[in-house]
Ligand binder design. Structure first.
Ligand code: SF4
Length: 339
């Protein structure tokens, strides 16, 4: 066994945590798995490649614990707080950035825990937005979700509640009239961010679930993890983005995979990721292009990675690269006469 696989943490994770993060096949993906769709299978079926844990891969890859003043509440950015409603999830994506927390999953947030969070939110007037996350937040009891939405909406200063979910694609039949009524009971502006990684996830049932959400007037965004063998080609990304915007879902983030134990096989080189996204520029409308994001390990925040299309080469002279032809042209922008 290589030296980097012999550490105490490796054995702790392999013996105690990863066995409980066993594959789950949600109803929305079952048909694709049965048909052996490689893009879906790669996301949810366990492989031997997961046994490789590199020293750079972390139990808490984006530093949630450092910004968690209360269990289940993460306050990293001043104006927003994230609540983990449950650690349960119906998918168990093999690359999940909360893989080790989801693996410990057993209990949902209790009413008492939420009351402590409510007090925290009331005491922090700078918080304008609350993000409901997990695990899969839409797995919690409907009456508890309704209670949360109503109580958070009543906190002075909170304007937006954002739900991060994979449910519209993983189990679209759960986006039913009862859930829609619950979401409708929210007095704050509600946004939803759907985790979706390939066009095959947007089945007929998933598109119907998405339509029912848009018909409620809920703005929808998509977040996607850039995964080798799933969506790391121009064609696969374009298929996904075209299908998203056709269904009124705005692509928001394309996440470079976090340094999660046993996920090295999912990462393509960073420079390749930047180049891939730059090629989208001439292939699809600008509003359909997500931002390529990296969460700095340790919790120091997200950054956008971009191809550089412009270089300043002299006073008021810039060199631009055409996204259509990749020609470089120099452009002189005369100084404003008012300066
Ligand atoms: S749906 Fe989200 S929380 Fe659930 S396993 Fe996938 S990445 Fe993790």
């Amino acid at each position: 066994m290589p030296a980097y696989l012999q550490g105490r943490h490796f054995h702790h994770v392999m013996d105690n945590i990863l066995p409980t993060f066993s594959p789950e096949i949600p109803d929305g993906f079952a048909k694709s798995v049965a048909q052996g769709n490689p893009q879906i299978c790669a996301q949810i079926l366990q492989t031997d490649a997961e046994n490789l844990w590199l020293p750079e891969e972390l139990e808490d890859p984006i530093g949630d614990q450092r910004f968690s003043p209360l269990q289940g509440l993460i306050h990293r950015y001043p104006d927003r707080a994230l609540l983990i409603l449950t650690q349960r999830c119906n998918v168990h994506c093999r690359f999940c950035f909360r893989k080790l927390q989801v693996a410990h999953a057993s209990t949902d947030m209790t009413l008492e825990q939420f009351q402590r969070m409510e007090e925290y939110l009331q005491q922090h007037a700078e918080i304008r937005e609350v993000i409901l996350s997990g695990g899969e937040p839409l797995l919690v009891q409907q009456d508890f979700l309704r209670h949360l939405l109503q109580h958070i909406s009543q906190i002075s200063g909170i304007e937006i509640i954002r739900i991060h979910t994979r449910m519209p694609v993983s189990d679209p039949l759960r986006i039913n009239s009862e859930l829609l009524q619950t979401l409708n009971s929210c007095a704050c502006t509600l946004w939803m961010v759907i985790h979706v990684n390939c066009a095959a996830e947007l089945s007929t049932a998933a598109c119907a679930a998405i339509r029912s959400l848009t018909q409620q007037g809920i703005p929808l965004l998509a977040q996607t993890v850039l995964l080798r063998g799933v969506n790391d080609s121009l064609d696969s990304l374009l298929n996904l983005l075209q299908k998203l915007i056709a269904n009124r879902v705005k692509p928001y983030y394309l996440h470079y995979p976090d340094l999660v134990p046993g996920t090295n096989h999912f990462r393509i080189p960073l420079e390749q990721a930047i180049e891939l996204v730059s090629k989208l520029r001439s292939k699809i409308s600008g509003f359909a292009i997500p931002e390529l994001i990296v969460d700095i390990p340790g919790g120091l925040g997200k950054i956008v990675l971009q191809h550089s299309w412009a270089t300043r080469i002299a006073e008021n002279i810039w060199e631009f690269t055409s996204p259509l032809t990749y020609e470089k042209i120099q452009v002189h922008y005369p100084q404003s006469l008012e300066n």
